[in-house]
Ligand binder design. Structure first.
Ligand code: G6P
Length: 352
């Protein structure tokens, strides 16, 4: 355990635990309106979010907030898909390119091509002076500090903080929204306080070959991100899926050997996701749920419940993603894998 890892066994674990501070730091910059952009997001005909990997998942969460509060059509695409997809883009479009490193080739080249077609490019990067930072019309920073672990963690939640700030930036009661956002770091701290409990749950599943992650609405991208973390560092096959789509395919996979992790905070789709859980149970699948900690209904239907503090539905992704990051981490570490440098993966992919 080296000093640079701050007493943690791996950078990834350190970075997971840094999140209350990094999200707090990010929020500070946005509460103060230091970042003021010379345009209103609502002036655009539509917003197109382009990103890869974990940054794409942050973009998906952001799109739900933007659709809700900006009422401007928002689309999210993998940058690698956008590149060759003939998507019409023009002067009245705002492209938000999200990249931790600001060096991901697919994201850079997509942003450049959109810019060439007349779109305004606003990038969201963690590394100041990176290529994407330089190539964009405007840049916002995530202030998460250097991220060393190959699997992104703290930059995801900082990206969320910026995207939320943007989505509410034009609202007359913006301050009230930002105040709510400012209460998030403290609640993240509470979730991290449950790390030992999360570890216990995780280790029960360390020898599984497959897992399904489900979530709906804002928890859908969280499920995708949780499954990505598990694949990346533990090499367990995990599939993230929108809970409502389960009946159109993945349900065929469910039997007693398929653990299903469901992200199910008490939000607008809570009841719907509970019925998905019932469908899993009917097929003898075991359910691990990540939901609000006082949720008795969920306790009854879950083999394991990982509880997070109750929070406004908008802000649930900040809290529910942490148990999923830790879940993947503890399994990978238990399996003796190289958590910070997983096989075949690079922190930054500078080739197309
Ligand atoms: C690589 C990393 C991921 C990251 C993705 C996008 O695949 O392993 O953790 O999410 O690139 O990186 P970016 O720097 O563009 O956010």
């Amino acid at each position: 355990i080296s000093a640079e890892r701050g007493g943690f066994k791996h950078f990834m674990l350190k970075e997971i635990f840094e999140q209350p501070r990094t999200v707090g730091d990010t929020i500070k910059g946005y509460v103060s309106r230091d970042y003021l952009l010379p345009f209103n997001l609502r002036d655009f005909r539509r917003i197109l979010i382009l990103a890869c990997g974990t940054s794409y998942h942050a973009g998906l969460v952001g799109s739900y907030w933007m659709n809700k509060y900006l009422q401007t059509p928002v689309e999210v695409m993998y940058a690698s898909e956008f590149r060759y997809a003939d998507v019409p883009v023009g002067e009245r479009d705002l492209v938000i390119a999200i990249s931790q490193s600001g060096e991901t080739a697919d994201t850079r080249y997509s942003a450049l091509s959109a810019k060439e077609k007349g779109a305004t490019v606003l990038s969201l990067v963690n590394v100041m002076g990176s290529a994407l930072d330089r190539e964009s019309d405007y840049t916002l920073y995530t202030h998460a500090g250097p991220e060393i672990g190959v699997a992104a963690t703290k930059t995801f939640t900082s990206q969320l903080a910026v995207l939320y700030s943007l989505a509410v930036s034009h609202l007359p009661d913006r301050d009230r929204f930002m105040e709510k956002l400012s209460s998030v770091p403290h609640m993240m701290e509470e979730v991290l306080g449950e790390a030992e409990q999360i570890k216990k749950v995780a280790l029960k599943y360390a020898n599984r070959k497959n897992m399904l992650y489900l979530g709906r609405y804002l928890s859908y991208p969280v499920a995708l991100e949780g499954a990505l973390k598990l694949k990346e560092i533990s090499y367990i096959h995990a599939e993230g899926y929108p809970a409502g789509e389960m009946k159109h395919g993945p349900i065929a996979l469910i039997d007693e050997n398929m653990p299903v992790l469901v992200v199910v905070p008490r939000d607008r789709v809570y009841e719907k996701v509970l019925s998905n859980i019932e469908e899993v149970l009917t097929r003898r699948g075991s359910v691990i749920s990540v939901g609000f900690r006082d949720d008795e209904t969920l306790t009854k239907v879950s083999k394991d419940l990982i509880g997070v503090p109750e929070v406004d539905e908008d802000l649930t992704p900040f809290l529910t993603v942490i148990p999923l990051q830790l879940f993947a981490y503890y399994i990978a570490d238990h399996l003796g894998l190289d958590v910070d440098q997983p096989r075949n993966l690079a922190k930054t992919v500078t080739v197309e």
